[in-house]
Design a protein around this ligand. Structure first.
Ligand SMILES: [Zn+2]
Length: 457
């Protein structure tokens, strides 16, 4: 009798264990499939080199110390050798990595002061890495915004009266003495202001920033803030985007479906992830000499604190080329946003939340018609959102449209809505992004794209 009960309990326990392990195993399977696909992708066309000399002014914008080196270390070193002016700006000091701080300070739960100390340490590592690439100390700027919070700043903490509080530094303003705005509030407005000021000073001809298809929230938002800053200043430099993270959606711990193959392969080239070939980003590659690859690898090794947990991932970027994306020119007949399909676990199991494209067209003189096309049929349980940030003579206004799953076109995959433009008269341009969400689970976030209204009409 007692044995029987024990057996039944054991069986129930085994069933629960199987149920718990199913989602991670399924996520791992999707991740593995994506990784395998990424191993055999053709290389893109070569990029045209910027001209030598100081008239080419390169601005590299990195969400965290190390992204600039991983994404464009070779290009930075080459630009310095060609006499170009190079400026590097770090949006955060990377003070949100508990894993790194725990290793560094031998604490299971590092206190906020320890995380801030790590932010200072990562600044030093960044200066060492940049010195390896030939960039002077004065050309590096650390804005001091919250690691892990940039997406929140963009979406829900825009103004200084609603600052974001970092769960890592436990503060709502920059705790670093070298932030250009002392005690800068953790809010979108302040970050945009700092970026605009820097851009106005540097007047870059070529801007290197994280790609809008990057699945790390800080990387996505760094792209968004950069585009907003340039649009609001009316400046149109050449924009080059670099990709660091493509993950599998739900499974945070299984981040690395790209670069493929992972690990140190300095004599091999790097190709973009397969799914990003379907989007309206055009990929190009810059060839690096053997010496430049060696130089880049030395710069990667300057990030000692990051190498501990992420070495295999980081050295994957020391390849004989670097990849850069440019958005397809706006206002062509193609969709404004073309998104990748089946490119992650969450989107794979909920095709109703997998965005295919977004189209925006004028509807009469006073409204916009917005169409959101999905791979699956829309579901009442998924939230569909199109965010519209209008820029008018440097001022910004935001409208988030929630599209009901019943506002369907006859193809049964496209949701439609109309946005009245009374608020946005005289609009110069608008930044558009679509998101889908199931309860608290983020399913999809598309690339952010620009519609230039004046030039379209
Ligand atoms: Zn990063």
């Amino acid at each position: 009798m007692k044995n029987d009960l024990r057996r039944r309990r054991l069986r129930a326990l085994a069933a629960i264990l199987v149920l718990i392990s199913l989602p991670p195993v399924a996520a791992l399977a999707v991740q593995w499939r994506l990784y395998r696909q990424n191993l055999t992708v053709p290389l893109p066309a070569p990029a045209r080199r910027a001209s030598a000399g100081p008239a080419t002014r390169m601005l590299v914008i990195a969400p965290h110390p190390d992204d600039e080196t991983l994404g464009c270390g070779g290009t930075i070193a080459s630009a310095v050798q060609h006499g170009n002016a190079v400026t590097v700006v770090f949006i955060t000091n990377g003070d949100g990595s508990r894993t790194t701080a725990a290793r560094e300070f031998k604490r299971l739960k590092p206190a906020p002061e320890k995380l801030i100390a790590m932010g200072r340490m990562r600044q030093k590592e960044a200066l060492t890495a940049l010195a390896e690439l030939g960039v002077l100390r004065d050309a590096a700027h650390f804005l001091g915004y919250p690691d892990g919070g940039l997406d929140e700043l963009w979406r829900s903490h825009w103004s200084a009266d609603r600052p974001y509080r970092s769960p890592f530094t436990q503060t709502d303003r920059s705790p670093y003495a070298n932030s250009p705005t002392l005690e800068a509030r953790y809010c979108g407005e302040a970050l945009l202001g700092d970026l605009r000021e820097l851009i106005a000073r540097v007047r870059p001809t070529d801007v290197y920033v994280t790609d809008p298809h990057d699945t790390h929230g800080d990387h996505w938002a760094t792209h968004a803030f950069t585009v907003a800053a340039f649009e609001s200043l009316g400046q149109r430099p050449r924009l080059w985007t670099y990709l660091i993270h493509r993950d599998g959606g739900l499974a945070e711990s299984l981040k690395f479906s790209w670069p493929a193959p992972i690990g140190l392969h300095p004599t091999e080239p790097l190709a973009p992830p397969k799914h990003l070939l379907e989007t309206n980003t055009r990929w190009q590659q810059v060839q690096l000499s053997h010496e430049l690859v060696e130089q880049k690898l030395r710069a990667i090794h300057a990030y000692r604190s990051q190498l501990g947990p992420y070495e295999k991932f980081m050295v994957s970027f020391a390849r004989k080329n670097e990849l850069f994306g440019t958005p397809a020119p706006p206002n062509t007949n193609a969709s404004l946003i073309v998104d990748a399909a089946h490119d992650g676990f969450a989107r794979d199991i909920v095709p109703a939340g997998d965005v295919k494209s977004v189209d925006v067209h004028p509807d009469g003189s006073n409204a916009l018609r917005v169409e959101l096309t999905l791979f699956g049929k829309p579901s009442a349980r998924v939230r569909y959102e199109v965010e519209f940030t209008a820029i008018t003579r440097g001022e910004m206004a935001r409208e988030v449209m929630v599209l009901p799953s019943t506002a369907l076109l006859s193809d049964e995959h496209t949701l439609r809505a109309t946005l009245p433009l009374d608020r946005f008269r005289e609009m110069d341009s608008a930044l558009v992004v679509a998101r889908t969400q199931l309860g608290k689970i983020k399913l999809d976030q598309t690339a952010l794209r620009v519609v230039r209204w004046r030039s379209a009409s």
